[in-house]
Design a protein around this ligand. Structure first.
Ligand code: GRG
Ligand code: ZN
Length: 331
């Protein structure tokens, strides 16, 4: 456990049992209540919202609560002529939402309905001379998009359509002395971006390039006395880092380097037992993003009643197995 810095206190009254039925209702209500303030305010990321909601439901064996036909129709309406996919109808395409849409189609066993070649060409077109990827035509470039590119292509069975060597060089140029990774060369290590880079190395079979002990040490220093994990030194714990940090530890085979019981207790304390769903920290408002990552992290600890998740793709393991994908995991 790390001492000093900021943390929260998990008192006994915050100690909670896992309430899957409440979370199922939370996601169902969120997707049905199309006139709500939250629904309106999240239009710009709808496609990722769909991925968070569907994955949560499938981990709890309830994906049939969403209409497959409607979901695939929504995706079709978000595909642009250039092959990029938008978060919502009439929004601009972006690699983040392209990945979310492909993930959703795969979880529904309907990836064959996607225009694979167009999507692959869109992603190819975002790669830059330094090997990194733009997120979209506006030119923001960071390691999140490197992960999105290879994860998306791997799901489509087309990993060989980009310059993988150059892509790898860019990701490795963002590797820091402390073992973690940043968004661009010389950027500070951050757990979210570390997940993206470790995920990139896992998808492409390059995990041997890092020192797992040094990275593992940086990752396990993210655990605070509350049991929760933060994204970088001196920051508060947040349920989503239970995913970014813990999934990274799984990929490098160092998951036992943190205290599982304490983490479980922190995650369960972030449930809203009235509305359902998880928030970033105990007592805050629940949202679908933290709900997925809370449940996904519990899945990594083989929690009862949750299907197994794949630590690299953050998708049900049975989907990854069906696609014959074997992202690298270090022993
Ligand atoms: C398919 C699971 C999946 C992911 C797709 C987009 C993506 C890949 C991953 C996102 C990784 C991530 C959370 C990056 C964080 C970026 C960043 C620098 C956040 C800093 O935000 P602050 O400063 O947060 O608000 P902290 O917790 O550091 O205070
Ligand atoms: Zn968060």
């Amino acid at each position: 456990f790390a001492f000093g810095g900021q943390d929260v206190i998990i008192s006994d009254e915050l100690s909670k049992e896992f309430e899957p039925e409440k979370h199922i209702q939370f996601i169902k209500k969120y997707s049905e209540d199309k006139s709500s303030y939250e629904y309106y305010m999240t239009e710009y990321l709808r496609m990722s919202g769909l991925y968070w909601g569907l994955t949560t439901l499938e981990l709890l064996d309830k994906k049939d609560l969403l209409s497959e036909i409607e979901v695939m129709e929504f995706i079709r309406n978000c595909i642009n002529d250039n092959g990029g996919i938008s978060p919502s109808i009439d929004h601009d395409p972006h690699i983040l939402y392209t990945l979310s849409a492909v993930q959703v189609a795969c979880i529904l066993n309907r990836e064959y309905e996607l225009p694979t070649e167009k999507i692959v060409n869109y992603i190819k077109g975002l790669q830059q001379p330094n090997g990194g990827f733009f997120g979209d035509k506006w030119g923001e470039l960071d390691t999140r998009f490197s992960f999105c590119a290879v994860a998306c292509l791997a799901l489509l069975g087309k990993l060989d359509s980009i310059d993988l060597q150059k892509a790898l060089e860019f990701v490795m140029s963002c590797h820091n002395f402390d073992g973690g990774f940043g968004s661009r060369p010389d950027s500070e290590s951050h757990a979210g971006l570390t997940y993206c880079c470790v995920g990139f190395l896992s998808v492409t079979g390059n995990l041997h390039l890092i020192n797992a002990d040094i990275l593992g040490y940086w990752l396990c220093e993210r655990q605070l006395l509350s049991g929760g994990l933060n994204g970088r030194p001196e920051k508060l714990p947040d349920v989503c880092y239970s995913w970014w940090v813990f999934a990274s530890l799984h990929m490098i085979g160092r998951e036992h380097w943190i205290n599982h019981d304490a983490l479980k207790k922190f995650i369960l304390a972030c449930q809203d037992t009235e509305t359902g769903g998880f928030s970033d920290r105990p007592g805050n408002m629940a949202d679908p993003f933290h709900t997925l990552f809370g449940i996904a992290a519990l899945s990594l600890m083989n929690h009862n009643g949750i299907k197994l998740i794949n630590p690299c793709f953050c998708m049900p393991q049975h989907t990854i197995s069906r696609l014959n994908l074997t992202p690298q995991i270090l022993p």
